[in-house]
Design a protein around this ligand. Sequence first.
Ligand code: FDM
Length: 215
Amino acid sequence: DTVRKVPRGALIVFEGGDRCGKTTQCSKLVERLRSQGVDAVMWRFPDRSTSIGAAINAYLAEQSHLDDAVVHMLFVANRLEKREEMLRLLAGGTTLVLDRYSYSGVAYTAAKGLPHLSIEYCKSVEVLLPAADLVLHMTMTAEATAARGGYGQERYEKVEFQKKAMEAFEALRDERWAVIDASGTIEDIHQQVVAVTEPVVRQALAGRALGRLWD
Ligand code: FDM
């Protein structure tokens, strides 16, 4: 890793299956970082507020049918439309805490098992974005998440599919990933999250360069 002098925000990403508690942990982490004087904001992907996001939302709610390759590109485009703002915030010293990112993009599409939408292909169309400084991979069995409230409302919330997405996440893990057992209490999980996140935020502020996806 090269080191530059300008302090920057860190790109912290939560990944994992549906209903494993990512959103709760994202909010708590942002609150905690702010209480420590770190400028931090939370975003989620898909960002359903844009026109591309609205098309994704209709697809996830099973109100529309889209070709699998097309919907994959919509998820990618939904991140690309936020790319400039993302880079601007990070460069300005704001830490971004993301509720899902490109890793979900690859894992969920690859979980469909279609030969033309392999992990390698999915990675190859998503190279313009920055890599996460840290991926917090929240793990829980597909059966345990299925028992949680609200499960099954959206297209991908099916145990067999979730298992395949979880396997795909495992295939993406590298040294920037931390595995968090998502079956504990909210407070226990939060403590684990804080312990792995704070050093990464400090490294970014100290000028550790932002990476590119899959490098
Ligand atoms: N998802 C999410 C994808 O299939 N591709 C992506 O790129 C992203 C970011 O969309 F089932 C899936 C993962 C999940 C759904 O649900 C979004 P939440 O509840 O908004 O995280």
